[in-house]
Design a binder for this molecule. Structure first.
Ligand code: CA
Length: 251
């Protein structure tokens, strides 16, 4: 059977060009131009593709979020990110969410084809669901600073004080905890925590962040756990001391 490739790309010309060239190499190709649609498609039919070529800046849901979702679902289908974003942060973030390859636009067709062959050789299709090690563990309980949180029972303690958080605040907190150390954009939070409901604006994310800081930071004006990363988003740090020893910047 010819390998099946899903191309997630919103630039029509590029998508068509890829399809044409990949089909000429003997692959079967499906095109999707929206991240959320791609994610739904892969969720409903997880083993139908041998490889995914994924753009990052996509309508509906970012390529990062799509990739992250795949790994959450334990889908081991290889992902090649094809993006105009060439910064090393973009690459590392791509690998952090579980991408296998990262190629920058404009790209060389021969190189793309070679990378595809390589990925397909290294990752033969899983015909059936096989148990595999989870990419990200669901965390049910966490300690940081003076806080103790149980996401299953909704119990939140800060020192001796019990704190009431709303369901959404807990989901947001859990997303940070499960992605500790990684810079998370407001858009990603909207897509992942608010589920594309459209009722939220990026500025509303900031309101939720204020509330988390008021609840968990000793000095909310100088946060140690919920850091703002300028122009990028937020980052959660469970143990600020350990972070400093690692020499990582907390600004
Ligand atoms: Ca795009």
């Amino acid at each position: 059977m010819k390998p099946r490739i899903l191309v997630v790309e919103d630039e029509t010309h590029l998508a068509q060009g890829l399809k044409y060239n990949l089909e000429a190499e003997g692959y079967r190709v499906s095109l999707v131009d929206n991240g959320a649609v791609a994610s739904k498609l892969l969720e409903s039919d997880p083993h139908s593709f041998d490889l995914i070529i994924l753009d990052l800046m996509l309508p509906g849901m970012s390529g990062y979020a799509v990739c992250n979702r795949l790994r959450e679902l334990n889908l081991n289908v290889p992902v090649l990110i094809l993006s105009a974003r060439s910064l090393s942060e973009d690459r590392s973030r791509g690998f952090d969410v579980g991408a296998n390859q990262y190629l920058t636009k404009p790209f060389d067709l021969d190189e793309l084809l070679a990378r595809i062959r390589n990925l397909l050789r290294l990752h033969p299709r899983q015909e059936s669901e096989q148990p595999s090690k989870p990419f990200s563990n669901k965390i049910n309980e966490v300690h940081f600073g003076r806080a103790h949180i149980n996401f299953e029972t909704y119990e939140v303690l800060v020192g001796e004080n019990e704190v009431k958080l709303t369901h959404k605040e807990l989901q947001l907190l859990r997303y940070f905890v499960e992605n500790e150390g990684r810079v998370i954009s407001r858009q990603e939070l909207l897509a992942e925590v608010w589920d594309l409901s459209g009722e939220m604006q990026t500025r509303s994310v900031d309101q939720f962040m204020l509330r988390l800081r008021k609840t968990f930071e000793a000095d909310p004006a100088h946060p140690k756990h919920f850091l703002t990363i300028r122009d990028a988003g937020y980052r959660f740090v469970g143990d600020p001391k350990e972070e400093q020893q690692d020499g990582a910047s907390a600004s």
